[in-house]
Design a protein around this ligand. Structure first.
Ligand code: FES
Length: 165
């Protein structure tokens, strides 16, 4: 009797805990996607360290930034001191833009640009490529950083990152 009860309770435990663990894992994954690189347990990942002028320089020969080689390309970079990535966009041969991907509504991480829109996956806000609100509920524009292309050195430099967010 004791044995049967133990086996039965183990099976009941597996039936209850298994799906609960899966649901938790799925939910925490969705949370992390929406809320950036602070995981659900608050663990912060590494990022680029701004130099003493508060700038980071992206070497476009680096395959991580290959999307920035051509006009219309965009990538997200992680920068130390920022709890969401910074979106860097190649607007033209000699122009680039950089925006903080933290939505000004409730801090979700906005997506990379889709055509000329930057959507937020949480509540439907979207921004244009300058980071200006096009549709709420967000009311404030995304934070923008100066970005410039140096075609001779094949780099993009993003500035004013020194103070973090
Ligand atoms: S957090 Fe972006 S729309 Fe709500």
């Amino acid at each position: 009797m004791q044995n049967k009860l133990t086996r039965r309770s183990l099976i009941a435990h597996a039936v209850c805990v298994g799906p609960t663990a899966w649901a938790f894992a799925l939910l925490s994954g969705a949370f992390n996607r929406a809320h950036g690189f602070f995981g659900i347990f608050g663990k912060k990942q590494k990022g680029l360290q701004p130099d003493q002028n508060g700038s980071v320089t992206l070497e476009l020969s680096n395959e991580s930034y290959a999307a920035l080689a051509g006009q219309g390309g965009a990538v997200k970079i992680r920068v130390k001191g920022f709890d969401r990535p910074v979106i860097v966009m190649r607007i033209g041969n000699e122009s680039a833009r950089a925006l903080f991907s933290k939505c000004t509504h409730l801090n979700c991480e906005v997506a990379l640009p889709e055509e000329d829109k930057i959507p937020c996956p949480c509540h439907g806000s979207y921004f244009n490529l300058r980071g200006e609100v096009q549709q709420g509920p967000a009311k404030k524009n995304l934070r923008a950083f100066p970005a410039r292309v140096n075609t001779e050195q094949n780099v993009i430099t993003v500035s004013e990152l020194g103070e973090g967010a």
